[in-house]
Design a protein around this ligand. Sequence first.
Ligand code: ACO
Length: 367
Amino acid sequence: MPYAHITGWGMSVPQKVMTNDDLSKIIDTNDEWIRDRTGIRQRHIASGTETTSSLGTDAAFKALKVAGLIPDDLDLIICSTSTPEYIFPATACLIQDRLGANKAGAFDLSAACSGFIYAMNMGAQSIRSGSVKTVLVIGTETLSRFVNWQDRSTCILFGDGAGAFILQASEKPGGIQGAVMHSDGSGGDYLSIPAGGSAHPASEITIHTGMHFIHMDGKEVYRFATRVMAHATTEVAEKSGWKVEDLSLIIPHQANSRIIDAAARALKLPLEKFMVNVDRYGNTSTASIPIATVEAIQNKRLKPGDKVVFVGFGAGLTWGALAAEWSGPLPSEHYITAEWYKPWARVRSILRRILRILDGIFFGRDA
Ligand code: ACO
């Protein structure tokens, strides 16, 4: 059975930064309150031209470059997002087209802030079953488009961004060792976007009552998060045959620095064992774990052979953790990098649309 190694990584955040002081100009809040309660100092906010798929594509090209792969090497694209561009088509398919990944299947996965854990586990299991060799896993969000900028209890928390990993099959032992996934739908009301789905399709009433925005019971989500983070970390470490003390680094979902502090206390581990960057990005939901991972690598906090646990919680309610022995890139077979494919992917997409039109004209719709 092949092992699933993490061989590439990349992140992308919008250029525009919104500080706590910027927020205090539009709502009744202040820098001190936000930093004390959440640890957040600033977040990145998408411009009109930046979208869930554009951020995801940018992170994916970077991850392919690190792995020394080209888009045609991909067998499968899993995009974890709670802010898809459409109900359908899947954002994963928009990214597949922007990458020009001709041979890849693509689908979206919805497990809110735990989504990247779920998606990595699905990618790793596809590799271990032998059905695919190379998987692109993306976590990407434009939460700013679903935030009520008049609601100070939610709008201070969220930011936009994307992160991507490449998973590759190898006979070399290592890579993803184990994962745990949990859910409790009885807590679904604590964190939701009530309208826009089939329960409450968009209407004048849903818009008027703000049901298309993020609604959250912050206290309940906080209580749930502090309960599950430490437990899921211990559970996945034990499942992988490790002790929590053996871990080189824990990369938690970046929602609130107080939640991470509480997890460290419950695990009796020093805070230095945790990667924390919520101060600069806010809560980017499913993108927060890969973004934190990329920064951990840039800061030389991860090296091949390290034992790392990724752990997350979110709407659903969902939570989960994944244990991996850190790998790094496998030897590349290509002389050109993925970024060379960027302009070609655009041309390819336009050509395919033109060919489809010509096909319709010359061979008719019934052919
Ligand atoms: N600025 C100033 N005052 C504020 C603000 C603000 N932005 N927001 C709330 N307050 C006030 C409240 O009105 C309240 O005032 P009152 O006592 O006069 O009524 C007071 O501050 C305390 O409010 P609480 O809601 O009790 O504040 P709390 O300490 O619970 O912190 C917070 C709120 C930060 C949202 C916290 O509950 C939390 O972090 N919860 C977890 C949220 C989370 O992680 N969500 C993401 C989940 S992942 C996913 O799936 C997307």
